[in-house]
Write a protein that binds this ligand. Structure first.
Ligand SMILES: Cc1cc2nc3c(=O)[nH]c(=O)nc-3n(C[C@H](O)[C@H](O)[C@H](O)COP(=O)(O)O)c2cc1C
Length: 338
């Protein structure tokens, strides 16, 4: 995808500053009279053939925003006006978490990739709840997913309680949940990888959900560094339990060997596609998969759907190439389906 002059200029700043400028511009555009209308006209895909029904939820299109982009749900109205099919907020933790000291996102300019060592900064459950509780005319029809993460400081014995606390409090305000099983880059000590550990996190959620009137799908987000045996184990959990789907993948710590953090962007693309293809095949193409990882161009997004994803979540692609990636990717999918 060719970058405009503006995209070149904005990438002269450090990666986190680039992202914050982009968000500030989005906010400014949203404030202008007819601003949200303008965003919709210039950025949002319009073709009705993009509509999807996944996990019992209606999506106006299958391309959304991944966790870490709008962690606190501060830009939901603007992202909705820009046309994203869904926004995954989070990772949300029970209490605010400042994350790792800056600079914590390292740009590999020539390789079109980012190394994320941000440590899931977010303003905590109460703040995020306040944001998603007040849906307005712009966000009423937006599909919102809540990614649940772990506080860096939480001792292992309290993790289950903390995940459940976020889940229960957010239950009535969002449309689906993603349990982050991948590495919080600042706390490599705990990554739940055994069947027992994963079940201990999600089974209390299934139990809580059984007592509710509304059904909220639960997915787990997996690391691209899992072995085939670990992927098989997650797929078995998907088939054998009420788990609704898998999000694959988060950043790769294995690919970022020399640096602290997780590799995102172009260097992750092939591995993300491989994991999604493997999970889709192992699960007989019968379960929802949110594909994420290295979705930098419309062609990457099209390949992710071909690999077996039902939905695609963008992250580094929008951070580095801008919001127009959504419309370009949507156009590619429509053309491929024509
Ligand atoms: C700066 C940054 C922060 C992120 N924060 C989170 C997070 O809080 N929780 C999470 O599950 N994933 C987080 N991610 C991972 C993304 O959601 C996504 O899975 C990953 O970046 C791979 O996609 P990409 O290659 O398109 O960026 C973050 C990624 C970046 C670049």
């Amino acid at each position: 995808m060719r970058r405009s002059l503006f995209q070149y200029i904005i990438r002269l700043f450090p990666a986190e500053v680039t992202h914050n400028i982009r968000l500030a511009m989005l906010r400014f555009a949203g404030y202008l009279p007819f601003g949200k209308w303008g965003l919709k006209q210039t950025l949002a895909p319009k073709d009705v053939s993009l509509e999807r029904e996944v996990m019992g939820i209606h999506f106006r299109n299958p391309i959304g925003i991944a966790a870490g982009f709008d962690s606190n749900g501060d830009y939901l109205a603007e992202l909705s006006a820009s046309g994203f099919g869904f926004v995954e907020i989070g990772s949300v933790t029970p209490r605010p978490q400042p994350g790792t000291p800056r600079p914590r996102i390292h740009r590999l300019r020539k390789l079109n990739s980012l190394i994320n060592n941000s440590g899931a900064p977010n303003r905590g459950l109460e703040y995020v709840m306040h944001n998603v509780r007040r849906r307005n005319k712009y966000t009423r029809n937006l599909v919102i997913g809540c990614n649940i993460g772990k506080l860096t400081t939480t001792p292992q014995k309290n993790i289950v309680k903390e995940y459940l606390r976020v889940f229960r409090n957010m239950y009535q305000y969002v449309d689906f949940f993603v349990v982050n099983l991948s590495c919080n880059t600042a706390s490599k000590r705990y990554v739940p990888r055994s069947r027992e550990e994963i079940l201990s996190l999600i089974e209390p959620m299934f139990e809580f959900r059984r007592g509710q009137l509304d059904y909220r799908p639960i997915l787990v987000k997996i690391s691209p560094d899992m072995s085939h045996e670990e992927l098989d184990m997650v797929v078995d959990i998907l088939i054998e339990t009420p788990l609704d789907g898998i999000e694959a993948v988060s950043g790769s710590t294995e690919l970022a060997t020399k640096d602290k953090g997780a590799m995102c962007g172009q260097l992750l693309t092939e591995r993300a596609l491989k994991v999604v293809r493997y999970v889709a095949e192992r699960s007989g193409n019968n379960y929802p998969i949110i594909g994420s990882g290295g979705m930098m161009t419309p062609e990457d997004v099209a390949r992710m759907f071909e690999a077996g994803a039902s939905l695609v979540a963008l992250s580094s692609g929008v951070r580095e190439n801008g919001l127009k990636l959504l419309r370009a990717a949507a156009r590619k999918i429509v053309n491929n389906n024509a």
